[in-house]
Write a protein that binds this ligand. Structure first.
Ligand SMILES: Cc1ncc(COP(=O)(O)O)c(C=O)c1O
Length: 328
């Protein structure tokens, strides 16, 4: 199909992002001889709170929640969760009360996303230094408490990597394809982070339905390739049920899923990724963070150096700016 509009228009969605995010050239590789044009897709500029990828997922998750009659929202995550902050921003915009359940103790001084959560008016529950399973129990307790008080709460699950959440990046595939068409950019190989796999699942699915105009490289920042692939496959099955449209090919044939740049996994820098935050800021004037973005840029540059990018490359900046202030 040439457009996903008929598939998407019938689904509930709230508009949180003002329009297509910019796609523009970067200075690119430091060495000229390896140069292919390098672009950046600015999903750090999604328009609410500090910006970031999760707003795309929230357009559909919260659309679905409101359709189900929700009148307040609960989200949870690690202390500096980007999802929590963007949920707080989205709820502020929609006029919905928002409760956040985060791991860890309340710090004496709120930093980064914790400060933003307060400014955005969310109520934050500090669950203490507990596992994510124990945190989920705390979320359920809060859900029951709100229900008992007469509300219709809705829980944003699994870091927004859900069947509904994946639709955000399904739609983004068409946005990027159209921007390439408009700017006459040829065969844009797009490099994206893989955490829970929601961004990856959406782009791979949307791109597949559009006839695969974009080569996609998913750089795992957390799990090994097989596990990340399984996560993507699982969530995609949920999305297929929602849209009623099967993905035309198996996930493993839709792009490259690589785990070469993740080091010791989530939240731990590699030597190259730690350097890249500084180098990128000083070369491009654009701030990236350590957990999701710097490893993707390292991976993209490595692929370009090895001649694995045919025409042009693009780094998908997924935001995370709020958490940066607690990373140094
Ligand atoms: C800034 C940022 N980038 C990328 C990701 C990864 O997205 P996904 O979990 O959909 O793979 C996240 C997830 O929390 C994130 O906060």
């Amino acid at each position: 199909m040439d457009t996903l509009k008929p598939l998407i228009e019938k689904l509930p969605r709230v508009r949180l992002i003002p329009g297509p995010t910019p796609l523009h050239p970067l200075r690119g590789m430091p060495e000229k001889e390896t140069a292919v044009p390098v672009y950046i897709k600015r999903d750090d500029l999604t328009g609410l709170g500090p910006g970031g990828n999760k707003l795309r997922s929230l357009e559909f998750i919260l659309g679905h929640a409101i359709q189900e009659g929700a009148d307040c929202i609960i989200a949870s995550g690690p202390l500096q969760s980007n999802l929590c902050t963007l949920t707080a921003a989205a709820c502020a915009r929609l006029g919905l009360p928002c409760t956040l359940v985060v791991n860890g103790e309340k710090p004496e001084r709120e930093e980064g996303n914790l400060l933003l959560n307060r400014l955005l008016g969310a109520e934050t529950i500090y669950a203490g230094p507990v596992s994510s399973t124990a945190r989920a129990v705390r979320v359920e307790e809060e859900y029951e408490r709100l229900q008992f008080a007469g509300h219709h709460p809705f829980i944003v699950k699994n870091g927004a990597t859900t069947g509904w959440g994946v639709l955000g990046y399904t739609v983004a595939a068409e946005e990027i394809r159209d921007q390439c068409r408009g700017a006459r950019i040829k065969e844009l190989t797009i490099f994206v982070p893989g955490g829970n796999g929601g961004v990856a699942a959406g782009l791979l699915y949307g791109n597949a339905l559009l006839g695969r105009p974009l080569p996609i490289v998913v750089i795992s920042v957390e799990d090994d390739r097989d596990l990340l692939t399984r996560h993507i496959e699982q969530v995609l099955q949920e999305t297929e049920k929602i849209t009623g449209t099967a993905c035309p090919k198996p996930v493993s044939e839709l792009g490259w899923i690589v785990d070469d740049y993740r080091g010791n996994g989530w939240g731990s820098n590699t030597e190259e990724s730690a350097k890249m935050v500084l180098e990128f800021a000083r070369r491009e004037g654009i701030i990236i963070e350590n957990v999701y973005n710097s490893k993707v840029v390292v991976g993209m540059r490595d692929w370009i150096r090895k001649g694995k990018v045919a025409q042009s490359a693009c780094y998908l900046h997924t935001g995370g700016f709020g958490s940066l202030f607690s990373q140094y």
